[in-house]
Design a protein around this ligand. Structure first.
Ligand code: SF4
Length: 359
């Protein structure tokens, strides 16, 4: 009788190292972002990388749009607290030079490099440097053998192109690949990554909805698509692109990893929607608690609930929390009451208890 492999898709992928960060092979799903600074300005770029590292970013990508961006690249790689991925389109010589100047990985779209000879030169240089390559595929960088075929859907073109690129890299003796096939929409993103996971189960996947939009819309799209895939065990590293400060991307990525139960970096806030039983300013309290939790590093769950009748019970899974009443609040932990406090002191009392128990 054949044995069923119960491992998740992300446990079956080949593990690569991006600097010190492992991607694939069941490694924790890593959080990436991309600098918005000019890479030719190492001071500004390093300042943003440090800010992103503080927020929990684990891999950072910088754009190399031309030779000028390479000038500061060596300094950025040498001083960065995070592994730096060089993002290169069109010009393979930039990719080769980025390998020589300390890139921890490359991101290239073979479909826009121009010829296989040029792609091979990049593959060989990355191989010599011992760094992985993220192969990107999107509507603008399909394999020409698939791009014009009218019998294929867009998803089939993406998957066909990705499969053909991976085969080429393997034929060249290069296995340290991460694959990303990007689309704007939620259904397409889910469909294409499911197909890639099925067709190329050993290749780690970098997932995210590309050009997802501003903070609100982009968060919803990424949560829907990336959340669904992560829950299916698909996806080895994530970048949730938002038209916003990249720190927000990292915050949203961690909130998503926490929400799907994969990784928790910071406290998670649980709060009820309120109803007619609520007798205190829950929205104000929740905002204040959220603000003050940004300074807490323990991965605890904190609840703020609208009433003492149902609050502690509804938030039984929380490590600690407050349930408000008329002028008073109940401080509780794991569903059990600790003590009653005055409403005016409730948030201070909560944080004093968090400090006592979890720091
Ligand atoms: S905790 Fe209380 S106030 Fe909040 S939704 Fe439940 S019953 Fe309503």
């Amino acid at each position: 009788m054949s044995k069923i492999d119960a491992r998740l898709p992300r446990e079956l992928t080949h593990r690569v190292s991006v600097g010190g960060v492992k991607v694939g092979g069941g490694a924790p799903v890593s959080v990436q972002s991309m600098c918005t600074t000019d890479t030719a300005d190492p001071t500004a770029t390093l300042a943003q990388i440090r800010e992103l590292a503080d927020a929990g970013c684990e891999i950072i990508r910088v754009a190399i749009p031309g030779a000028a961006a390479l000038d500061g690249f060596r300094e950025i790689c040498a001083a960065s607290p995070l592994p730096v991925v060089a993002d290169i389109h069109f010009d393979h010589t930039l990719a080769i030079e980025a390998c020589r100047r300390g890139a921890a990985a490359l991101r290239v779209n073979p479909g826009n490099i121009g010829s296989w000879d040029k792609v091979d030169a990049v593959i060989d240089e990355a191989g010599a440097a011992g760094i992985p390559i993220r192969i990107g595929v999107n509507a603008g960088s399909l394999d020409p053998a698939f791009a014009e075929r009218e019998d294929l859907t867009f998803v089939e073109k993406l998957v066909g192109s990705a499969t053909s690129f991976v085969a080429h890299f393997r034929d060249r003796g290069f296995d340290d690949m991460v694959l990303s096939a990007k689309a704007h929409g939620v259904p397409t993103t889910v469909e294409v990554n499911r197909a890639l996971s099925r067709e190329l189960p050993e290749v780690p996947l970098h997932i995210g909805v590309t050009e997802a939009g501003t903070a609100r819309q982009g968060t919803v799209k990424n949560a829907a698509a990336v959340g669904a895939l992560l829950m299916e065990g698909i996806g080895d590293t994530i970048r949730l692109s938002l038209t916003a400060d990249p720190v927000e991307e990292v915050n949203v990525a961690w909130d998503l990893l926490s929400a799907v139960g994969l990784r928790q970096l910071r406290p998670e806030l649980v709060s009820c929607p309120t109803c007619g039983r609520c007798q205190w300013d829950l929205m104000g309290v929740a905002s204040e608690v959220e603000r003050r939790l940004s300074g807490v590093r323990s991965p605890i769950t904190v609840a703020v609930m609208g009433c003492v009748v149902n609050g502690p019970g509804e938030a039984r899974g929380a490590d600690i929390g407050l349930a408000g009443g008329r002028g008073k609040a109940v401080l509780f932990a794991s569903g059990e009451k600790i003590r009653t406090v005055d409403e005016a002191d409730a948030v201070d009392e909560l944080f004093a208890e968090i400090e006592r128990r979890f720091s």
